[in-house]
Design a protein around this ligand. Sequence first.
Ligand SMILES: *[C@@H]1O[C@H](CO)[C@@H](O)[C@H](O)[C@H]1NC(C)=O
Ligand SMILES: *[C@@H]1O[C@H](CO)[C@@H](O)[C@H](O)[C@H]1NC(C)=O
Length: 222
Amino acid sequence: MRVVRALKCLTLIHILLCCESLPLRRMQFVIQHTWDSDPVNHDPIRIDFSPGEGGLKIEMFGPFFNEPAAPAGPPSQPFPGLWDYEVVESFFLDSTTENYLEVEFCPHGQHLILLLSGVGKAFQQQLPMVFNATITGDRWMGEALLPWSYLPPNINKMNSYAIHGSGEKRTYEALYSIPKEEIVEGLKPNFHRLEYFQNFSLQSIMGEGWIQPESDLWKGKP
Ligand SMILES: *[C@@H]1O[C@H](CO)[C@@H](O)[C@H](O)[C@H]1NC(C)=O
Ligand SMILES: *[C@@H]1O[C@H](CO)[C@@H](O)[C@H](O)[C@H]1NC(C)=O
């Protein structure tokens, strides 16, 4: 009996230790609202962040609207003005300096990176990135590796967005949307409203002790 109990106990300890060391570091975010806090009327778009080789792995899954048509550029390449197409976007911000990175992904495979310092003030654009997108019927998924050097130091906030449709049907969606009570007549979607971003840290993905590698791209920024 004692042996059995001891074995059971050992097994339990083993399970606990195993689970303890599992990298529970994938963070999932689901975009459930429009920019002005209405619920989205489709299966929501999901964005996952996890540790990657030399950078942050970003995966996205969602419906493929196929509207507007694909940008006239090759897949896996940067495409300027990608925000005018069907896109999923993530913004990573240091709210104390207003240094932030905007990364955009298109189901047709194009991508766009902007480094900004101050609201809307881009100082670097169209950096290369490994990004794959696959369309399967009316859904798509994408996988990217965002190099650490692109991310500003001391990120403490994040927001993510998705856009699709054309003309009157153009739809702007936000992970952290503007609360209904703050929506006033004539207000337009603006993804650079940094005050609505919410807490986020790379350490919650990479582990508490993780230190972000220094980056020359952000040298001299406040
Ligand atoms: C992109 O696709 C290639 C070829 O299928 C694969 O080797 C690579 O790991 C993919 N990269 C990412 C970031 O998904
Ligand atoms: C966000 O982070 C700040 C600073 O660490 C903290 O004071 C605040 O409570 C956090 N807010 C939420 C909603 O967790």
